[in-house]
Design a protein around this ligand. Structure first.
Ligand SMILES: Cc1cc2nc3c(=O)[nH]c(=O)nc-3n(C[C@H](O)[C@H](O)[C@H](O)COP(=O)(O)OP(=O)(O)OC[C@H]3O[C@@H](n4cnc5c(N)ncnc54)[C@H](O)[C@@H]3O)c2cc1C
Length: 547
């Protein structure tokens, strides 16, 4: 133990920093979930990524990027409009590291087709690891990756953009996208009068000699220094999707005027703007009037990333809590050796095992959906259910992780206070909790046979686990009700839990039974640790969580 002498006291019995760790190989449930979903051959690449992101340097970048929040520079010193947002260099470094690893594009070929293989799973492991260090910069990273799915509706535009978008260079210069070494893409849907209800969008798009002129506002538009945005606006045939770049084709700055930046609870390294479009130049993406259908392709992928990032935040909370408990003594005994702390930590470890197994199973469905109808059905039904359960679990989980560190957990110098403030946003944006439940109901009503087949498959894969058969029956019955919205939250939560049991059963059957018996069979109180896990299982879960 390092002891530092000061004039008045010595510092001891404080845990050392949790740094310089391989965030991949130190995470057994992650390694197993990646392997079970087809990503085993990427172990070396993921371990290199895990070591890099687990370094003290990257942790420092994450802290500094959040302490030095972005600033809006509306005008230059002569009064000319600039509409630039300045970020701390640490933010740009985080962006560059994620971009170099392809977190913003590796699931696509250079032409914009799905890359295939286990590209979703491998990229998700990186996203999961990066989110343990700094989550704000992942907003433009996820949107850029997801934008390709919407741009696919306009093949000519996709072909123009992909040579720049598929580059692993990060180029933060404020110059036209077609002159850059790499680019990022954001999205603007939410207006003051409605975010969920995008049909109420008032922003207008009028045909012009070249492209469209966009006039109106967005109440939230994050990562404003993106090179272009996919924006919803009302055109002649109804709500439509537009590619709105920061520079118009003649090289002048587009009429995108940022009004101010939001002062947010968390997500502070990332800027989220309020914006007006003053006849801004835009190119149509997909057909006029099919804007929602076009942009939902993008949103499906950002929802997937919300779940991955929330699982990553929880993993980080668990790792920091376990590490601390192994070094901190209270009443002459390490916290990690005290039965009540073991009950809390092992129960949390179980939640993380289930979350990562579930998320990786979902990413496997994204990998295989283009070829396999059953995987496409899994993806359609489970994406909103998994976003719902994983993202809504995170704030409570992180609060508990914070408490494991006692007072240190509540202080900004540690990472857990930041994770805690960050965690609610994944449940709110890209469709809030209720909206996810309604989306599950929509999938059920539009494709009832495919949804029933998914449920049957989950029941089969979790056969024999405590409470699984009862949960499957409950879900099927709830979803048949004509007033399904009344019970949608309980049914969607059970659907996610059942899917987690099924995913975990394929990776770690003993953990799956523990998860099922505590979460589905109803032997769990309201708090973490409010259940009985046998001593052998406690040891095994904690050893798997952090060697
Ligand atoms: C930090 C941050 C960054 C963001 N960045 C962007 C961005 O870059 N681009 C962008 O377009 N948007 C962005 N958003 C906006 C975000 O996507 C919306 O806030 C979100 O979709 C919810 O919309 P709303 O705020 O209008 O709430 P509302 O639509 O008013 O919803 C309020 C609540 O009502 C619930 N609800 C809605 N409909 C129903 C129903 N039928 N039955 C029951 N309950 C219902 C919702 O679940 C929600 O809990 C961002 C938000 C945040 C917080």
């Amino acid at each position: 133990m390092t002891q530092t002498a000061f004039a008045t006291h010595e510092v001891f019995n404080q845990s050392p920093p949790f740094e310089d760790v391989d965030l991949y190989l130190a995470d057994r449930p992650l390694v197993e979930a990646v392997a079970a979903s087809g990503g085993a051959s990427a172990e070396r690449e993921l371990s290199d990524f895990g070591k890099h992101w687990g370094s003290a340097d990257m942790a420092a970048r994450g802290r500094v990027a959040n302490e030095n929040t972005p600033k809006l520079r509306s005008f230059d010193s002569r009064g000319n409009r600039r509409d630039e947002v300045e970020f701390h260099p640490a933010y740009h470094e985080l962006m560059a590291h994620s971009a170099h690893a392809g977190v913003h594009n590796s699931t696509w070929t250079r032409e914009g087709a799905p890359a295939g293989g286990a590209s979703e799973v491998v990229r998700a492991a990186k996203f999961y690891i990066a989110s343990q260090v700094e989550t704000g910069h992942l907003c433009p990273i996820t949107m850029t990756r997801a934008s390709v799915a919407a741009l696919a509706s306009q093949p000519g535009l996709l072909a123009k953009v992909m040579p720049v978008l598929s580059s692993r260079a990060y180029d933060p210069s404020f110059t036209p996208w077609w002159t850059k070494r790499g680019m990022t893409v954001g999205m603007g849907m939410t207006e003051k009068q409605g975010g969920t209800d995008v049909r109420s969008n008032m922003t207008r798009a009028e045909r012009a000699a070249e492209g469209y002129r966009i006039t109106g506002h967005k109440w939230f538009m994050s990562a404003p220094m993106c090179d272009a945005f996919l924006v919803l606006a009302q055109a002649g045939q109804g709500l439509s999707c537009f590619f709105v770049p920061r520079f118009v084709p003649d090289g002048s700055i587009n009429a995108i005027h940022f009004q101010r930046l939001k002062d947010k609870l968390g997500n502070r390294s990332n800027a989220s703007s309020e914006v007006e479009f003053h006849g801004a130049y835009g190119e149509l993406v997909g057909e006029e009037g099919k804007g929602i259908r076009t942009i939902i392709q993008m949103v499906q992928l950002t929802r997937q990333d919300c779940a991955i990032a929330s699982a990553g935040l929880m993993r980080s909370g668990l790792a920091h809590a376990t590490h601390h408990a192994r070094h901190r003594s209270v009443f002459q005994k390490h916290l990690a050796d005290q039965p009540l702390m073991q009950a809390v930590l092992s129960d949390m470890a179980l939640n993380v095992e289930a979350s990562i197994a579930l998320v990786m199973r979902l990413c496997r469905a994204f990998d295989r959906a283009p070829q396999e109808a059953a995987e496409a059905a899994y993806m359609r039904l489970l994406t909103p259910a998994i976003k719902y359960w994983v993202c809504k679990s995170a704030p409570g989980f992180l609060y508990e992780a914070m408490e494991c560190l006692g007072g240190n957990g509540y202080v900004e110098e540690g990472i857990l206070a930041r994770h805690y403030r960050e965690s609610p946003v994944n449940a709110i944006w890209e469709g809030s909790g209720n909206v996810m439940c309604l989306d599950v109901l929509r999938a059920l009503s539009r494709e009832p046979d495919a949804a029933a087949a998914v449920l049957q498959q989950l029941a089969g894969e979790s056969r024999g686990l405590s409470g699984a058969a009862e949960a499957a029956a409950f879900i099927a019955k709830a979803f048949r009700r004509s007033d399904g919205e009344r019970v949608a939250r309980i049914a969607v939560e059970k659907l996610a839990l059942l899917a987690a049991c099924a995913a975990l059963n394929a990776v770690a059957p003993r953990s799956a039974e523990l998860f099922a018996s505590t979460r589905l069979a109803g032997t769990h109180g309201g708090m973490y640790g409010a259940t009985e896990i046998a001593a052998d299982d406690v040891r095994r879960l904690l050893e798997r969580a952090l060697p």
